[in-house]
Write a protein that binds this ligand. Structure first.
Ligand code: ACM
Length: 535
């Protein structure tokens, strides 16, 4: 039987099969038929009247839900909306041999007879990509969108700024991309080792036209781009361009090594005006942007506490501490975004520091303990804890792995993850919008290593996000699915370990496995202090 991944709600074999010819036609309402043709672009389908593939709409189904029936009469799709038609076509693609994931001219494909009924468990099935620590050119982002679509993943969170780089053109503040988008060299040493640098400049940024294209390309594949401008910490690249938005005005250089820096933006009104101008540029480029991430993680508040002007401002607002001022600042920005039709998303420290806008979505990266507290306080949450959803960690604690920040997070760990743990109340569980894996790029310098880190763990993520949990037969379906990734040219990590050329600079195995280390962090989530080891 065919190996669908992610697994559908229902799959039953039917008698009869079908031969889908080259140039087959798709009939039905244009919006749905176009979605099917877009999903199956390799198959060169044409619009037609009574097609081999017929699509109908049933608004009683959810927007992403579909029914797919294949048999001797052809292919019938009933979809709740455009996304449902797109996902039905992705499932149809998986019914064909893996060779159908290669572009080829002519030919026809055997389609087994099946009935599939399907809808996602979670609406947010996300991947995060850190394009700040290492820049990934537009072509890599578009390719990642294509691979996400194959897996029914639907949110791409782009971490567009950090201490080591600013990655978007700004016409209002051009020094951001002119100065903030590159650094002269990059640290390559592991945590605890003597400092060592690759003495080569690194940089890059997306033009506003690039962003416009990325968003449109993603939308047409049912992927929503979630931009992140991480503030007020992680601000070195911004301050290298515009030191006047810092509390002291002191000069900065774009950072060339990793870890948590004390660089922070001032929370005063002119910083809010500055960020509003940046948001407006990004929103104008992206088009409709339902979610906008504003960071809030790993903030070192010392420079605020040392500034008489900032402390006076905090008191004038009736706030008890600079930690509350942190939450207040993010609330101001969330208000600005709400006026523009976007909901703010933050990392969990922001929730711990004080009161956020009620509709702000919280990402509990430090563990589901803090996620539960955010859910209990009425915030929607996206499950994204380090263990097992930080895909920058190695898959094995072995020096054969390419160097990673820690280890080990396996495909099976991801497949076993429960976005809404059983111990949570029904109200708390209902706050979980979905699940997201993170690809931080301190140790991912190029697209080939990105493939290796992302896949096949993101296949397990897709299974959890779509089906709600990893199925018992996930491992055997994954083995078959890897043939599709081979056909697509994905340089994933083989299940048995890296190929010789995938080893690179050797990993230094951790003394404390990530599962154990993160269990300890859970206990400390009451504090706003960061707990991620820095390298
Ligand atoms: C994070 O890892 N600092 C969100």
């Amino acid at each position: 039987m065919t190996s669908l991944l992610p697994r559908p709600d229902l799959l039953s074999p039917l008698s009869g099969s079908f031969e889908l010819p080259a140039g087959a036609t798709v009939s039905g309402p244009a919006v749905l038929a176009d979605a099917v043709r877009r999903a199956l672009v390799f198959l060169d389908l044409r619009p037609g009247d009574s097609g081999e593939i017929d699509v109908r709409e049933d608004p009683a189904l959810g927007p992403e839900a579909y029914r797919l029936t294949t048999g001797s009469r052809g292919v019938e799709i009933v979809a709740g909306g455009r996304a449902g038609a797109f996902y039905a076509a992705q499932t149809l693609h998986q019914l064909l041999p893996a060779a159908a994931y290669r572009f080829c001219e002519g030919g026809s494909w055997p389609v087994p007879g099946v009935r599939v009924e399907d809808s996602p468990a979670y609406g947010w099935r996300g991947l995060h990509l850190d394009v700040a620590r290492h820049f990934f050119p537009k072509r890599e982002v578009l390719r990642l969108v294509d691979l996400m679509a194959v897996h029914k993943l639907n949110r791409l969170h782009l971490h567009l700024v950090d201490d080591q780089g600013w990655r978007v053109e700004s016409r209002a503040y051009p020094r951001l991309h002119e100065v903030g988008s590159h650094r002269p060299r990059t640290a390559v040493h592991a945590w605890g080792e003597p400092e060592e640098y690759e003495e080569v400049p690194h940089g890059g940024y997306y033009t506003l036209e690039d962003l416009r294209e990325i968003a449109a390309y993603a939308r047409s594949r049912e992927v929503v781009i979630v931009p992140e401008i991480d503030v007020p910490g992680h601000a070195t690249a911004i301050l290298a361009a515009y030191p006047e938005f810092g509390p002291t005005g002191e000069p900065y250089q774009v950072l060339d090594k990793w870890g948590i820096s004390s660089a922070i933006l001032s929370p005063l009104p002119r910083t809010v005006e500055f960020l509003t101008a940046i948001f407006d540029e990004i929103l104008a480029a992206l088009g409709p942007t339902p979610y906008f991430h504003i960071g809030g993680d790993e903030v070192v508040l010392d420079h605020w506490a040392e500034s008489a002007q900032i402390v006076a401002y905090q008191k004038s607002l009736g706030l008890a501490s600079v930690a509350e001022l942190h939450a207040w600042f993010l609330r101001r920005l969330a208000d600005v975004l709400a006026e523009r039709g976007s909901r703010a998303v933050v990392w969990d420290e922001a929730f711990v520091s004080g009161e956020l806008r009620a509709d702000t979505i919280v990402m509990p990266w430090r563990g589901m303990g803090v996620g539960r507290r955010a859910a209990a306080a009425g915030h929607d949450v996206i499950a994204c804890p380090v263990f097992p959803l930080y895909f920058d960690y190695a898959e094995a604690g072995s020096p054969e792995e390419p160097r990673a920040i820690g280890d080990a997070i396996t495909v099976a760990d991801v497949a076993a993850f429960a976005p809404a743990p059983e111990s949570w109340s029904a109200e708390e569980a209902a706050r979980v919008l979905g699940v997201q894996a993170q690809l931080w790029s301190e140790r991912i310098g190029d697209g080939r290593l990105l493939d290796y880190r992302a896949w096949p763990r993101a296949c397990a993520l897709a299974e959890v996000g779509w089906a709600g949990s990893g199925g018992e037969d996930f491992a055997s379906r994954l083995t078959a699915h890897l043939e599709r990734l081979d056909a697509l040219g994905v340089e994933y990590r083989p299940l048995a370990g890296p190929r010789p050329w995938q080893r690179r600079r050797p990993h230094r195995p951790s003394t404390v496995p990530v599962a154990e280390a993160t269990a300890r962090w859970e206990e400390r989530t009451l504090s706003a202090e960061s707990t991620r080891p820095s390298v």
